[in-house]
Design a protein around this ligand. Structure first.
Ligand code: DGJ
Length: 742
C-alpha cells in the first residue's frame, strides 16, 4: 500500500520503492510536512521530524516548522501557499484537518490538464480536507504518489462553504519545506530565440523567484525549478524538481529563512491572478509535479520525460512515431501559391519527409503579418481551388498535410475585428498595445471560444488535415475581459487560460487523429499544460544549430525529446546569420522531433542526397531517440562553453546514440575522452560513426569496445590534433553503439 495512515500519530506516509513523502496532522490540527526524499521504512512514526523542540524567543511562532499547506497570519512568516481576504476584510486563515480519504488511481482536475493513470494500480491518491472554522473555507488537498515513478503530484480545490465572498490572494499548487538550505537552484531562463538557458546558483538567505506575468508561461522563464545539492552532478546526487502543469502566469519561488530552512513554492502568480469565490463556489488550482532523485539532475529529467511522455500527453499520437515534417515557414514565408506548395511537397517527399506543413499565410488576405488573423477562411488568391484540393494533391504524393493556426489572435485589419472589436483584450476607450500588429482575443469570453471552435472546426473539417501547429505570437497587455464584472478582473489571466484549455479540449476531442504541436513564437508557451493537449512543441524560433544545442539541452531538463520540435533550416541562418554544415544542423535536430524548414526546391543534388541520408538514418532510429533514456554529457553552459554532448540509450542498454558537438575549432587540442553513461558494463558494443568519414575520429573509434571502458574511459576525440583543428568550426558527430552480446 503506497499510502499508509497511522491513526495514532495522524501521519500519512506516501511511499514507493524509491521515495517517501510524509505529512502529519499536528495536535493543533495544522498539517505539517515531515519529509520528502529517499524511501523510508514503512510502519514507523516520523513525528519527531517536525522539530517541535525548537523554541524561538517567541515560541508561538511557527518558523521554522515545516508545513504542508502554509497560510499567512498565524505565525508562519515564510512565503505562503494560500492566502485570502475574507468578506470582513480579515486575512487570517487557519486550516484545520477535518478528514481524509485514500483512493486508488488519480482523479482528473476539473477544467485543467494534469498527469493521469491508465490503470488505477499505477498510483494512489490521498485527499485531505482542511477547513478554516471562522470562514468555513474548505480546501481539498490532493496528493498522489505513482507506484513506479519517483513522482508526487499536488493540487488543491478551494471551496467557499461560508456565507460571504472570499478572495484568494495567493494560490500555489505546492509548497515544499526542506530542513536545510545547502542547495543550488536551477532555472530555465531566456528570451525569444534563446529559450531555456540553464542558470544554476547556490541558495542564499532571502527569496529568489522565477515567474511570468505575460499571459503565457513565456520565453523568459519556464514553470520549473530544480534544487540540487552542491555536489550533485548530472549523474549522481540528490535533486528535486518542481514543475507546474499550467500555461499562464506563474510564480516559482524559493525562500531561505533566518534558520536556514527552505520553502519552495510553485503556482499561480499571486500578483496577477486572484480569484473571488462566492458562497457555494470553488476553484481548482493547477497541479504541481514533484520529482525526487538520487541519480542527479539526469535522474529528475528522466522521471519527467517518462511521465510527461506517457501520462501527461494524451491522444492517439501519444505512442506513435511522429512524422518527419517539412514546414513552409522559413522556406517561403508568406510568398506562395498552390503550385509553389505542391512543388515544395513533391521535393519534400523525395527527401523522405512524411508530413507537409503549410505555415502562416494561407488565410484571409495575409501577405505579411499586418492582417487577417481571425479570418480563418482560405485565401483564394493564393489557393484558388481551396484547401481540399491542395490537401488532396499533397496526400496524393504520399504525404500527410498539416496547417498553421493562431486562433487566440486578431489583426485590427481583419473582418473579425470589424465585426467584433469588443472581443479583443483591453479596456474600451483606452489605447491597446499592438504587438506584431495584432491584438489578443479575449479567451475568457465563452462567445469567443464558441466562435473559434466553430471556425477552426470548419477548417479542420474541410479536408483531411493530420497536423495542426497552434501558434500564439504575443504577450498579453492591458489585461481586461469585457465580459467580466469589475470584481472579477483579477481573474482575467486565469480565465484566459481556462478558455484556451477549453478550446484545446473541444478541438482535440472532435479531431482525435490530428497531431497538435503547440507554439508561441517558438518556446513562449512550452510547458506541461500545453503538452497535455499537444504532444509536441515548437521549441524555439531559433533554428541555428549552435543556438539550438543550448536551447535543447536546457529544454531537456524537463521535456522529452519527442516533444521537442527540431528543424534543419537554410544557411545563413535566418535568426543569427551563421552558416553551419548541413550535417551539423541535422546532428542537433536528430535529438528532438525532426523536421526541415527550408525550400527543398533550392537544394542542390549533393544536398538532396545528404538530406535523404539524414532522414533515412533518423527514421531507423527515432524510436530509440524518442523513448530511450537521455543523458546530458557535456554542458554548453559550463567550462569554455565550446562543446556539447548528450546521448540516448535504449532501456535494455543494447543500443545507444551519442551526439557530440564543438562550436569553434581550437588549435592543437590534446587527445580527449568523452565518457558515456547508461550502457551495460558487461556488454561489448560495436561503435560506428555518422556521418561516414575517412578520418581520425573514425579510425580511433570504429571498433568493438566494452560498455565498462566506454563509461570509465570513453570515446576518443582529437587523436589527430592537426586534423581536428583543420576540420573547422561547428563540428558534429554521432556515435552509434550496438551491443554484440547475446
Ligand atoms: C512564429 C512561429 O514560431 C514560427 O515558426 C512561424 O510559425 C511564425 N510564427 C508564423 O507567423
Amino acid at each position: 500500500m503506497p499510502i499508509e495512515w497511522r491513526k495514532g500519530e495522524r501521519q500519512l506516509h506516501l511511499h514507493n520503492d524509491s521515495i517517501s513523502y510524509v505529512m502529519r496532522v499536528l495536535e493543533s490540527g495544522t498539517l505539517a510536512h515531515l519529509y520528502c526524499g529517499p524511501r523510508l521504512a514503512s510502519g514507523h512514526d516520523y513525528s519527531h521530524l517536525v522539530r517541535s523542540s525548537f523554541i524561538s524567543r517567541f515560541n508561538q511562532v511557527l518558523d521554522p516548522i515545516p508545513m504542508e499547506l502554509p497560510t499567512a497570519g498565524s505565525g508562519d512568516f515564510r512565503v505562503p501557499m494560500l492566502t485570502v481576504r475574507h468578506a470582513d476584510g480579515s486575512t487570517v486563515l487557519d486550516l484545520i484537518y477535518r478528514e481524509h480519504s485514500i483512493t486508488a488511481g488519480k482523479p482528473p482536475l476539473d477544467g485543467l490538464p494534469s498527469t493521469y493513470v491508465d490503470d488505477e494500480a499505477e498510483a494512489e491518491t490521498v485527499e485531505i480536507v482542511l477547513v478554516d472554522g471562522h470562514s468555513s473555507l474548505k480546501v481539498r488537498l490532493l496528493t498522489t504518489i505513482y507506484a513506479d515513478r519517483p513522482v508526487v503530484t499536488r493540487s488543491m480545490r478551494v471551496t467557499n462553504d461560508g456565507t460571504g465572498d472570499v478572495k484568494l490572494t495567493t494560490a500555489m499548487s505546492a509548497a515544499l519545506d526542506l530542513p536545510d538550505s545547502d542547495w543550488h537552484l536551477l532555472q530555465l531562463t531566456g528570451a525569444w530565440a534563446r529559450e531555456t538557458h540553464i542558470v544554476d546558483a547556490p541558495l542564499v538567505s532571502g527569496t529568489r523567484a522565477v515567474r511570468s506575468q505575460r499571459g503565457s508561461s513565456g520565453h523568459h522563464q519556464n514553470p520549473f525549478i530544480l534544487l540540487r545539492r552542491p555536489s550533485t552532478t548530472e549523474a549522481a546526487g540528490e535533486a528535486i524538481g518542481m514543475s507546474l502543469v499550467y500555461s499562464g502566469n506563474f510564480l516559482a519561488q524559493v525562500e531561505v529563512d533566518p534558520y536556514d530552512t527552505v520553502r519552495a513554492r510553485i503556482g499561480f502568480d499571486p500578483e496577477t491572478i486572484r480569484w473571488q469565490i462566492t458562497p457555494g463556489m470553488d476553484l481548482q488550482i493547477p497541479e504541481a509535479v514533484l520529482v525526487w532523485s538520487d541519480d542527479g539532475i539526469g535522474g529528475v529529467s528522466d522521471a519527467y520525460h517518462r511521465l510527461y511522455r506517457e501520462r501527461l500527453a494524451t491522444g492517439s499520437w501519444r505512442d506513435k512515431p511522429r512524422p518527419v515534417l517539412l514546414n513552409s515557414w522559413e522556406g517561403v514565408y508568406f510568398d506562395f501559391d498552390e503550385d509553389t506548395l505542391v512543388e515544395m511537397a513533391t521535393a519534400a517527399k523525395d527527401l523522405g519527409a512524411e508530413l507537409f506543413v503549410l505555415d502562416d499565410g494561407w488565410f484571409g488576405q495575409r501577405d505579411d503579418d499586418t492582417s487577417s488573423l481571425g479570418d480563418w477562411t482560405v485565401d483564394l488568391r493564393k489557393l484558388p481551388s481551396g484547401l481540399p484540393e491542395l490537401v488532396e494533391r499533397v496526400n496524393e504524393l504520399g504525404l500527410l498535410f498539416g496547417l498553421w493556426i493562431e486562433p487566440e489572435m486578431v489583426n485590427p485589419r481583419s473582418r473579425l475585428f470589424e465585426e467584433h472589436a469588443e472581443w479583443a483584450v483591453g479596456f474600451p476607450g483606452r489605447p491597446r498595445s499592438e504587438l506584431r500588429n495584432q491584438y489578443v482575443l479575449d479567451m475568457s469570453n465563452i462567445d469567443v471560444v464558441d466562435y473559434l471552435e466553430r471556425v477552426v472546426g470548419n477548417v479542420l473539417n474541410s479536408a483531411p488535415i493530420s497536423y495542426v501547429k497552434w501558434d500564439m505570437n504575443r504577450v498579453i497587455t492591458e489585461p481586461y475581459g469585457a465580459s467580466l464584472p469589475p470584481e472579477r478582473q483579477n481573474e482575467f489571466f486565469h480565465r484566459y487560460m481556462l478558455g484556451v484549455y477549453d478550446l484545446y479540449a473541444r478541438l482535440t476531442e472532435r479531431f482525435p487523429d490530428i497531431l497538435f504541436e503547440s507554439c508561441a513564437g517558438g518556446g513562449g508557451r512550452n510547458d506541461p499544460g500545453m503538452l497535455a493537449f499537444a504532444p509536441q512543441a515548437w521549441t524555439s524560433d531559433d533554428t541555428d544549430a549552435i543556438e539550438r544545442q543550448r536551447i535543447q539541452y536546457g529544454t531537456s531538463l524537463v521535456y522529452p525529446l519527442v516533444a521537442m520540435g527540431a528543424h534543419v533550416s537554410d544557411v545563413p541562418n535566418h535568426q543569427v546569420g551563421r552558416s553551419t554544415p548541413l550535417d551539423t544542423r541535422a546532428a542537433v535536430a536528430f535529438f528532438g522531433n525532426l523536421g526541415y524548414e527550408l525550400d527543398p526546391r533550392k537544394l542542390d543534388d549533393v544536398e538532396v542526397e545528404r538530406v535523404q541520408g539524414q532522414i533515412a538514418w533518423y527514421k531507423e532510429r527515432r524510436q530509440l531517440l524518442h523513448t530511450g533514456r537521455f543523458h546530458r554529457l557535456v554542458s554548453p553552459f559550463e567550462g569554455d562553453r565550446n562543446e556539447t554532448a548528450w546521448m540516448t540509450v535504449a532501456d535494455d542498454g543494447r543500443h545507444a546514440l551519442v551526439g557530440w558537438y564543438r562550436t569553434l575549432s581550437r588549435p592543437m587540442p590534446g587527445p580527449s575522452l568523452l565518457r558515456l553513461r547508461g550502457l551495460d558494463p558487461g556488454a561489448r558494443y560495436r561503435v560506428t560513426i555518422w556521418p561516414d568519414a575517412d578520418d581520425w575520429v573514425t579510425r580511433a573509434n570504429v571498433m568493438e569496445r566494452g560498455g565498462d571502458e566506454l563509461m570509465s574511459q570513453g570515446l576518443f576525440l582529437d587523436d589527430h590534433a592537426w586534423e581536428s583543428q583543420a576540420r573547422g568550426d561547428f563540428q558534429a558527430r554521432i556515435f552509434e553503439l550496438e551491443s554484440l552480446s547475446e
